[in-house]
Design a protein. Sequence first.
Length: 321
Amino acid sequence: MTARTTAVVETWSTGSVEPERRLDYWIGAVCECFLEMDITTQVRSGFDCSVQRGQLDTIGINRVQGSAQHVYRRKASVARSTANYYYLLCKTDNDWTVMQNGHASRMRPMDLVLLDSRRCYEFNFPVNADTLSLELPIHWVESWISDPERRIGQRIDGRAGWGAALSAFACQLTPELATDRPLPARVLTDQLGALLALGFGSEIPATPAEQRDAARLLDQIGRAIRLRYAEPGLTAVAVAEDLRVSERTLHRCLNKAGLTFSGLLNDCRMAAARRMLSEPRFDRISVGGIGLRVGLSDPSHFIRQCRKFLGMTPGAFRRQR
């Protein structure tokens, strides 16, 4: 996804419109600066909000100030989106609440939360909307956090451990850094990524339901490989498409079990090769033919794999038998 870029600080403010039009203007400003969202407020008079935006390399820095409000991102808005991001939010002055991905979190001052614009969410600012919002490209977040989809909507304690370090650093990021950078932009964004990874801490234990899903997917991957190992050039992408999961999900499932796709595929192919080389009824088939039957069309590659897995060439394995 191409990141938004700007070399200046952009500003939207309801102070430029009549009081009766301010909420409508603010909803439009939020949709222009961030994403399509709905906003309601209990403030009957004096509603006033503003947002400043700067761009630090690939990361957008947004500072929101203004009246109390309730913000929603619903399914229809998600469906219409052409660009999506993760957002890291931090509020320093009072409590607020956020909901996403089944998590309902009460946030205290300095706490942080990661939101995914590809899913519905809502948050409520009962006192004011003064918030730091960092717009993070999806690929950037996934390069720092192994499982961001399980982290969204969860409160990061901004007053203890690495969460405190992340909160303190994030709050130093201002829209003005877009034009007045104390260090190279890449240095600052890498620091943010490292602290974000540390702020989430250790891996979250999988729930029983997640464990069952992971075991089921692992079994499906193994079965698919056993069915298709004879296909030359079989890839993880092809198996993932067959199982209707992403390639990343497939690799993550295998990695958590201490496995790799290439390892499973080679094990399956060489187990079949060992069996055929061990049985006299397959002696009429050449070594190259055995390689073809297990998906290895290059005879030299098949010989190398046999040396690795069987400890000798396929011909020597046959003669030893």
